[in-house]
Structure formats: C-alpha cells, structure tokens
Unconditional design. Structure first.
Lengths: 436, 177
C-alpha cells in the first residue's frame, strides 16, 4: 500500500451513507490509519495528556469474592423492572444496549413471572409424567440428573417481545425496553424423549400439558412432536444451576418456541390427546388481527434482528468511524445472513457474523460504518437458513392490520412482532426510534 | 494395545454389550398410580374432562367475589390492579381499541374455572373450595351476560357453556400434527 492520500472513494463502500467493507479494516489496518491520517474522518484529534500512575496501581486491591459481582462502574448494567409494583406480573428485561457477544449473563436473563420465584427444595422436588402413558412415573432431581446430559446454546424469547414496536407512533425507549424480553444461554439437561420413552407414550397422545410448581401453577400444552424432537429438561444455565427466577431446579426447554412454553419450576407433564386450552394459550399468547379473529398456537419465534449499537437513547460523538453491531436469531434454525442499511432500507450491505452461528441462538453481527454527520436511518434485516426473511413493518401491518393505539412501553398489543427496527440518527448524533 | 487380529473381536464384544444395555437403558422413574398422583392432577380440558364435583350460582359467587376478587378486579369486574373481566363485546375488530375480557375474548368457560382454581386469589392461590370456584366462575360469566341469574354451574353445566368468542380463533398448529 503506497502512502498516497486516501479519500473516502478509496474505501470499498458496500451500501449508501458510509457502510464500508469490514474486511478492508480487518486485513489492512494501515488503510484505515492512513485514511484517518489523511483527514478522511475530517477530524483532527488532540494529542493525549501526559500519563500519570493511577491510584489503583499503588495499593492492594479488593480480595476475591466467593461469587463475583460486576465492577461498581457497571452498576447501570441491570435488568429494568417494567412494573415492580405489581409482582403479579413481574417483568425484567435484558439490557442488550449494554451487552456484547451472544451469551446473556444468567443474572441478566429476562423474566416474566406471574407469582415470583418459588423457593423450591431440590431434594423434595418431584417431576411427574402421567396421563396417556403405559406407566406413570415420578422422578426426583437426583434421578433426572443421572440420565445422559446435553448442552446447547439457545435463545429464549417471550412471545410478546418487541410488542412496544406495535404502536401507532414510535415509542422512544432503549432496546432493553423495546426488545429486552430476549436472552441467550447455554442450557444443560436431559432429553425429554428419553423420559417419555421410559413412561411409554400411548400412540393416541398428541400433546403434553407442562405445569410448573409456582404459585400460579402455570401450564401450557406442548405438541408431542416438539417434545419428541428437541425438547429437554434443563438444570444448568451457563454452567451453573438455573437461577431461581428462571426456573430452578428444573425447567422445560423447547428450543425456538415462545418463552412461555419453556415451563419453569417444572413439576408435571401430562400426555393428552388435545390441547388443554390453558389461559396462556387460549387468551394470552394469541394474536388479535384486524378482523377481530385471532391466531393461536403460533409457536416458533420468527426470524428477527435489531441493532444494539447505535440504538435509541444513545448519542454519537461526531462524524467518523463506528461499528454498527446487533443480534439476530430465528426459532427456525441458524441465521444465514444479516444485512445492514444506513439509508432506511434502500441499499443493504452484508454484515459480518461473529461465530459460532448456532441454530436457535443469538448471532452477533457487525458492520463497519463511516458516518459523515448527516441524518441517517440504520436498520438490520436477518434471513434464516430456512429462507425466512425478516419482514418490513409495512408487511407485518398488511398481514395483521395497523396498530390501533400507542400503548405504554410495558403493554402487549401484539405478539410475535419481528419487523425490521429503524433507528434514526440526527445531525447532532442523537439516536431515536423512527418509522420509515 | 490391540492388534489387528484382536480388534474385530473386541469391537463385536463392545457392540454386543452396548446393544444389550441400550435395550435396557437408564430407568430411574419410580412407578406411581394415577390415584396417588391425583393431588397434582388439576388439568381440565375444554370438553370439561377433569372438572371436579361441586357447584355454585352467580349469587353465591357475588359474595365470594366481593371478599376475594374485587380488590384487584373491581366490584363489577371492571378491572383495577388486576385485569378487567367484564364487557368489551364488539371491540375485537379494528378500529376499536380491543377490550379482551372473559366475556369478549375467552373461548372456553372451563378455562375460567381452571385458572381461578390454580392461580387465584393472586395472593392466596388454591385456597378456594371447588364450590367457591364454581360460584365465582358463575358470577363472572353472569356479569358478562353468558350465564343467567340463578343458573347453577357444575361439571356438567359449565362444560356446556358456549362462550361468545368460541369461534374467534384460527388454530394454526393442530392441523400440523
């Protein structure tokens, strides 16, 4: 590479408004350094202050904790409780705008809990399998944990995640509030099919009613085919036992299906020939359409993505280089590609995916961007390996009818909202939620 | 260390023994009878299968509701800290703001009994008697104009209640299995 002056035209642009080929930046940092040096960003940076030895380098630090807690400087990285005054429907959302990578720390996993976390003694807890089986069986935790185990990195997403996007006017809130009922963990446990085979499923059985041991005794009907495919009983979340609010000591795990079906504090599985029409499948987790009719039994979470940086409530510090980053996922398999637009969806560039790209798991994507300081709208659009493409907001509205009001950010006017999110950046660098 | 001559024999032995084990498999579940599991079996189907003995009327339910439910759901089921239970008929199609209550939205009356019995009252779940659950269910249905004054709800009559929005749903999955 010669030391010639580099202009913006020299960097391979992959879409409008400054999206640039990430590979150039990774393979030849001299190119970027040269670009910056040649005034490519238009910003001349002031020289750094002289360095002094810091306080913390002069004394012994804090001792080791039995269980680590984050730096006190990270105190803002917490779940926000949408309605802490109503423990009857306690929600906690994952702060995706403050996280990176694909794994959600267990203590930041999202929560929707109707009646709090039960204080279950694992030595006394039992799981019952009964109904249309050859032999009803009871398992202790110790029994269950003797079966061969598997570990899988999988997302859990509430069927009502992103509901605030279903609003007449764009709700101004961060991605934690807008998309935070979504998390991704490594889950370890045993295959449900192994246990069902032991009980001997009646060939006429078609569904399983899964029920928790919480005060709500939450229950849902799960298609038997899903139970026999990849459903698990899981005990470990990111290597440690599941957090109490996430289902300790055992939860049902149905990868890719809406979060509520992954029944926490699992105590009972009943084989039946038809869905039980529990509240959470006959009233909740239904999708009311324009006609007044509603969809129900709408289980797999659709392909979706959103940009976490930059995202609403953030502030860009002037023109120049930024990495656009976000997460993509699909309940139907792996993410095949993620595209990013900086001109409101008119032109798209292929983002880099940070591996590993796993089925039914969050996939981190990254896109190099040179912002010229003019107002732009950034978007991401994911496609999964089954060929499903994340729809525009207009497409979803054409299917379901327009949002009827502007609900509170904690409202659930619609489920399974997987439309493309649009973040507007004004000339001052302020990021907001916009519709295009 | 295995030679090329001993390896095939070893493989046969290993495969043979693992096949025998696989047929057996780990079996750690303890057998239980449905009778001994009955304290946990509170499932109720939309056809009424699983509904217990007992009965109640709207008038009886009004008293239970006032004592145990009204604090959250309002004296007439109009809602408060807890969801609205009454009204909303005709609000489901656009452009109305939908009011999805037991009366306007829930497709099965059995679900009302089931949910009240397993989850309500919110701070004292599973404390109502079956008679109280039948009567509260009767009262909520009565306030929605679905059950008449004086009508008794029991395992036979409740299963026969036809909810106004029974056919308001498209079931995407049962057709797939």
């Amino acid at each position: 590479m010669s030391r010639r002056s580099i202009t913006q035209q020299d960097l391979p642009k992959v879409a409008a408004n400054g999206l640039i080929d990430r590979r150039v930046l990774l393979r030849n940092s001299a190119l970027l350094a040269g670009a910056a040096g040649a005034g490519f960003t238009g910003i001349v940076r002031a020289a750094a202050e002289p360095l002094a030895v810091d306080d913390w380098s002069m004394k012994i630090g804090a001792g080791v904790q039995t269980y680590s807690t984050p730096s006190r400087y990270e105190a803002k990285v917490v779940r926000t409780l949408a309605n802490p005054t109503n423990p009857g429907n306690n929600q906690a959302r994952t702060p995706h705008h403050l996280l990176d990578g694909m794994i959600t720390p267990s203590a930041l996993h999202f929560v929707v809990a109707r009646t709090g976390a039960p204080d279950i003694d694992p030595d006394k807890h039992r799981v019952l399998i009964h109904g249309m089986v050859r032999q009803p069986l009871v398992f202790s935790l110790e029994d269950l944990m003797r079966y061969p185990m598997e570990s899988h990195i999988r997302f859990v997403e509430c069927g009502g995640n992103s509901a605030p996007m279903w609003s007449k006017e764009p709700i101004q809130a961060d991605v934690q509030a807008l998309h935070g009922l979504l998390s991704c963990s490594e889950w370890t446990g045993v295959r449900l099919s192994t246990l069902l085979d032991e009980a001997g499923v009646d060939p006429r059985a078609k569904w399983i009613v899964a029920e928790g041991a919480d005060a709500a005794t939450m229950n849902r009907s799960i298609p038997l085919a899903k139970a026999m495919d990849d459903a698990m009983l899981v005990f470990y979340q990111n290597g440690e036992r599941i957090m109490p609010i996430n289902g300790y000591p055992v939860r049902l795990f149905v990868p890719g299906y809406e979060g509520n079906m992954n029944v926490k504090w699992l105590r009972r599985l009943k084989l039946v020939d038809a869905p039980i029409m529990a509240i959470n499948e006959s009233r909740q987790y239904t999708l009311l359409l324009e006609s007044g009719h509603a969809w129900r039994f709408y289980y797999p979470m659709e392909v979706k993505s959103f940009i976490t940086r930059p995202s609403p409530t953030m502030q860009l510090q002037g023109p120049g280089f930024y990495e656009i980053s976000g997460i993509a996922w699909s309940g139907q398999g792996r993410i095949a590609k993620v595209e990013v637009s900086a001109d409101g969806g008119k032109s798209w560039a292929l983002a880099a995916m940070s591996g590993p790209v796993l089925p039914k798991a969050l996939t981190r994507f990254r896109m190099a961007w040179q912002w010229d300081g003019r107002p732009v709208v950034v978007q991401s659009r994911a496609t999964d390996e089954a060929g499903n493409v994340q729809p525009t907001r207009q497409k979803l509205i054409a299917e379901r009818g327009a949002p009827r009001n502007t609900p509170p950010v904690t409202g659930f006017p619609m489920g399974h909202v997987n439309a493309i999110s649009s973040w507007g950046i004004d000339a001052k660098g302020a990021v907001s939620h916009v519709y295009v | 260390m295995f030679t090329s001559k001993t390896l095939p024999l070893f493989a046969v032995l290993v495969l043979g023994s693992s096949a025998a084990l696989a047929a057996d498999g780990p079996k750690f579940g303890k057998p239980i009878s449905e009778a001994d599991a009955s304290a946990w079996d509170i499932s109720i189907g939309p056809d009424g299968v699983g509904l217990p003995a007992g009965s109640g009327t709207p008038a009886q339910g009004a008293m239970v509701f006032a004592a145990k439910c009204a604090a959250c759901h309002g004296a007439k089921g109009e809602g408060g800290a807890g969801p609205r239970l009454v009204g909303g008929q005709g609000t489901l199609p656009a452009p109305s703001i939908p009011v999805q209550t037991v009366g306007s939205y829930w497709p099965y009356a059995t679900t009302v009994f089931d949910y009240v019995r397993r989850t309500m009252p919110w701070n004292q779940p599973k404390t109502l008697t079956n008679d109280e659950v039948y009567s509260v269910t009767a009262y909520i249905l009565n306030m929605n104009g679905i059950v008449k004054d004086g009508e008794t709800m029991n395992k036979d009559t409740l299963a026969k209640v036809r909810m106004p929005n029974r056919d308001g749903f498209t079931e995407l999955y049962p057709n797939k299995f």
